[in-house]
Design a protein around this ligand. Sequence first.
Ligand code: XIL
Length: 347
Amino acid sequence: MGCGQPPGHLKDLAKRKGILFGGAIGPEELSDSTARDLVLRESAAITPRNALKWRTLRRSRHDWSFAEGDAIAQFAQTNDLKMRGHVLVWNPIENMPDWAVDVPHGAAGRVEAQSLMETHIERVCAHYGDRIASWDVVNEAFEPYSGDLAPGFFKDRIGPEYIELAFHKAREAAPHAQLVYNDYMRWSDKYPNHHKGVLKLLETLRKKNIPIDALGIQGHIGKYSGTENDAHWYGFLKEVTAMGYDLLITEFDVRDFARAPDIGSRDANVAALAKGFLDITLSFPELKQFICWGLSDRWSWFRQSEPREDGELQRTAPYDIDLKPKPMYAAIAAALMAAPSRDPATI
Ligand code: XIL
């Protein structure tokens, strides 16, 4: 699949099918006019990549740092983009600010951790109010091999009920927002217990009437070539939607790990993986939002987190580092054009 002339902006192709399309952004995009133009051309929605995480907002225990998030919210408002909130509660301890490890375990720590979590949700939701239309309330709660709830800051101090408490507080603090449980959810069948654990959680939350609207699928795909399992993935999404949940793709990109030395075959591999995953996932009419974790390779998080063995830059996004469209762009466009229409996203 060549890149050639894009067949239409992704946000428009998506909108025709009732899907809200966009990309994650940070100060990097905002401070570069070409990148800003690209975001505006392609996106109807944005997610702040890191601006609303505890490590950004809560650098010290008592001072709040809303500046980065506010700049993004302002950009969204000025340009009439929907904004997603990422993320209120992200349990792994490394995602918490350094000072948080001082919160003790045990009974006193439990009260303190719950109060920290609830105050955080209240304050951040109140700060942005209806400017944030959809919130990732809890992110990555599972240990993927066992499918058990993973240890981490909130789980270890509050207990498994931290998830329910977080959703209750989020509904109170953001009464109009869509509330999402977000997780990486592999397309492969390598971690069946992870899928089972998430299904069990979603089922329990429904039974207990916990306010949660949707499952966010991060969609960082690609490293598990050869083990992707379409039937398994389809079956999983079918079960989630049968429980009445909406779906979103919240952080789409494709790991570019092919050993091929030439960019042409690497890009073709990434594009094929993108198309394969999207064809299944977008076939669900409950899927109404689709966000890429950055539109360009220039700011791909894999540059730092998972560099290629050969030292080459990973090519994981629809646009390259010079902000030129790649075969992955055409693959996304093709998947959007092939997707069935649905009732438009209401956020
Ligand atoms: C990543 C960001 O892209 C990086 O810039 C940051 O250093 C670490 O976090 N799942 C998530 C996202 O939910 O918040 C992560 O974002 C990527 C994996």
